[in-house]
Design a protein around this ligand. Structure first.
Ligand SMILES: Cc1cc2nc3c(=O)[nH]c(=O)nc-3n(C[C@H](O)[C@H](O)[C@H](O)COP(=O)(O)OP(=O)(O)OC[C@H]3O[C@@H](n4cnc5c(N)ncnc54)[C@H](O)[C@@H]3O)c2cc1C
Length: 358
């Protein structure tokens, strides 16, 4: 199979720019390639990893000892006239290109997800979200190859089991599905959502409701100020975005964390612990706040790995960092946050090629 290559460095396919080679790599530009590539891996008893835009992974220094399927299926198709606002997007399509496509048509629902790197196929995996919107709110169906049934399947929104940074794709059914396209349902002519404090501040004093395009620009500007927008040449962008999920806790645990913050003198007089509402009466606590108050400042360096100079939640490759160095920094942060607040931070990026994670 000419489209399967051997010993291909993976670092250039990741936003962290870290990781050794893939034993084999297959570029999947057509759905049918998946079947042949999986047969190739099966025949050689190779593990398989599905790669999108590489913006949410940390690849081991040793690389991946199996077959990497790099999903390149492209195309954005809108449904026929009787179903306005519906679009089916190839899993390998750049996500932000699709967001722009929607904004230009005045279709609301993804404008706050502007500037998130990666592919459309990556959006259902961890149910990407930002600035008050989540992919799960607009995903209608996901077309995938089901490795258990050995068949192409279509999953409705309910079957995807979406919650905060989670779906069946990264939990109970991990590694089962290879997403090939996603159908989104947008609100034609809908109003933008400006619920998030950063966005509300951006538009303070501006009289009329901003257009979807204005919200897209605002989101990108806010993201750029936090190095959460990929800007070529900016070393703060050699990251996987937020490295930890925001802990979602009970009201009782929230009070306990507040108490711990007070007793460790992590809060100023009159200050309260920041909180966001989460489903089922739970509370989302910003991981960045916990990291900062546990004693890490922006730009903190540990060898060639470090924290972004603009955001404590982004671990960056300061230049030539190894995966092991990033893991050591991750461990240091987790330990100090745990010692200070008794909160376990869960990493967001997927670990690839590490023992136990293949
Ligand atoms: C600067 C920066 C900012 C970010 N900001 C945000 C943010 O605001 N919100 C947010 O939620 N995320 C954010 N991220 C994380 C990341 O961009 C998203 O999670 C994105 O959806 C990952 O898509 P990807 O195509 O790059 O997936 P990859 O990184 O290639 O893969 C991630 C996981 O998804 C799986 N996967 C990818 N494609 C497929 C497929 N077609 N079929 C099956 N499995 C697949 C992989 O196997 C892997 O397990 C950010 C990352 C960076 C670098």
């Amino acid at each position: 199979m000419p489209w399967i290559q051997e010993n291909i460095p993976l670092a250039p396919f990741t936003t962290l720019g870290i990781g050794g080679p893939a034993r084999y790599l297959a570029e999947i530009s057509e759905e049918s390639h998946v079947v042949d590539a999986l047969a190739f891996a099966h025949g050689r008893s190779l593990p398989v990893f599905v790669l999108g835009g590489g913006s949410n992974i940390l690849v081991a220094d040793e690389g991946f000892p199996g077959l990497v399927l790099r999903i390149r299926v492209r195309g954005i198709r809108s449904a026929d006239g009787d179903r306005p606002g519906i679009a089916t997007v190839g899993a390998g399509e750049d996500w932000d290109t699709f967001v722009l496509w929607c904004v230009q048509r005045n279709w609301a629902g993804v404008e706050c997800l502007s500037g998130i790197p990666g592919t459309a196929g990556g959006t259902p995996i961890q149910n990407v979200g930002a600035y008050g919107e989540e992919a799960s709110e607009v995903i209608l169906t996901v077309r995938a190859f089901d490795r258990s049934l050995q068949a192409f399947v279509e999953l409705g929104n309910g079957a995807c089991g979406f919650s905060y940074r989670s779906s069946v794709f990264n939990t109970s059914q991990r590694d089962r599905y290879i997403v090939l396209s996603v159908t989104y349902s947008l609100r034609v002519g809908g109003e933008p959502r400006i619920h998030y404090p950063d966005l509300q501040r951006y538009f303070t004093g501006k009289p009329e409701t901003p257009s979807l395009g204005a919200v897209r620009e605002a989101v990108r500007a806010v993201r750029a100020s936090k190095a959460m927008l990929l800007v070529p040449g900016d070393p703060d962008c050699r990251s996987a975005g937020s490295f930890f999920k925001n802990p979602v806790v009970s009201e009782e645990d929230f009070l306990r964390i507040t108490e711990a913050a007070r007793s460790h003198q992590c809060m100023r007089e009159g200050e309260s612990l920041p909180r966001f509402r989460a489903p089922a009466g739970r509370v989302k606590v910003p991981a960045a706040w916990l990291i900062e108050r546990a004693g890490f400042r922006k730009g903190y360096a540990r060898g060639r790995a470090g924290l972004s100079t603009k955001h404590t939640l982004a671990l960056v490759n300061r230049g030539g960092a190894t995966a092991m160095e990033v893991l050591e920094l991750m461990g240091e942060i987790q330990q100090r946050v745990y010692e200070t607040f008794s909160v376990e931070l869960t990493p967001e990026p997927v670990l690839v090629g590490f023992p136990g994670n293949q």
